[in-house]
Design a protein around this ligand. Structure first.
Ligand code: ADP
Ligand code: MG
Length: 138
């Protein structure tokens, strides 16, 4: 069944000029782009987005990084979009990411790892509505 997921092209990848190549790979993999925009979050906004990780030791580093520059937020549609997008992204740690995945190609470290993806349909809906209004989705 065709479903939605939420993705971010993180500040490291935008800074390196890799956002165009990543969007091309997303299209080539058969995702339909239903929402797309460039944003620059405040650290407070990043803290809200990553609230589930608030107790983890890297939370300060993560939210500082996510607010360090512009990123591209995406609403993506595909059959089983959540696992399909996580597969295209690759493992959180690029050292463990599969050949052909975005993190293998574009990520430098476990913290600055190029892309974000939702981990469930429920979280995808929450994350899409955190960044997009209804009018911004096609
Ligand atoms: P994923 O993004 O693959 O779903 P998590 O939800 O576990 O991974 O973590 C969210 C984000 O937090 C990661 O993408 C990464 O940017 C950062 N992160 C995760 N683990 C670490 C770590 N050990 N050290 C620094 N940053 C981390
Ligand atoms: Mg996660």
């Amino acid at each position: 069944m065709s479903t939605l997921t939420f993705g971010i092209i993180k500040p490291d990848a935008v800074r390196a000029g890799n956002h165009g190549a990543i969007i091309q790979k997303i299209s080539d993999a058969g995702f339909k782009i239903r929402g797309l925009k460039l944003i620059h979050q405040t650290q407070k906004q990043a803290e809200g987005f990553y609230a589930v990780h608030a107790e983890r030791p890297f939370f300060g580093e993560l939210t500082e990084f996510m607010s360090s520059g512009p990123c591209v937020v995406l609403a993506l549609e595909k059959s089983d979009a959540v696992p399909a997008w996580r597969e295209l992204m690759g493992a959180t740690n690029p050292a463990e990411a599969a050949e052909g995945s975005l993190r293998k190609q574009f990520a430098a470290s476990i913290g600055e790892n190029a892309v974000h993806g939702s981990d469930s349909d429920e979280n995808a809906a929450i994350e899409i509505s955190y960044f997009f209004s209804k009018l911004e989705l096609v």
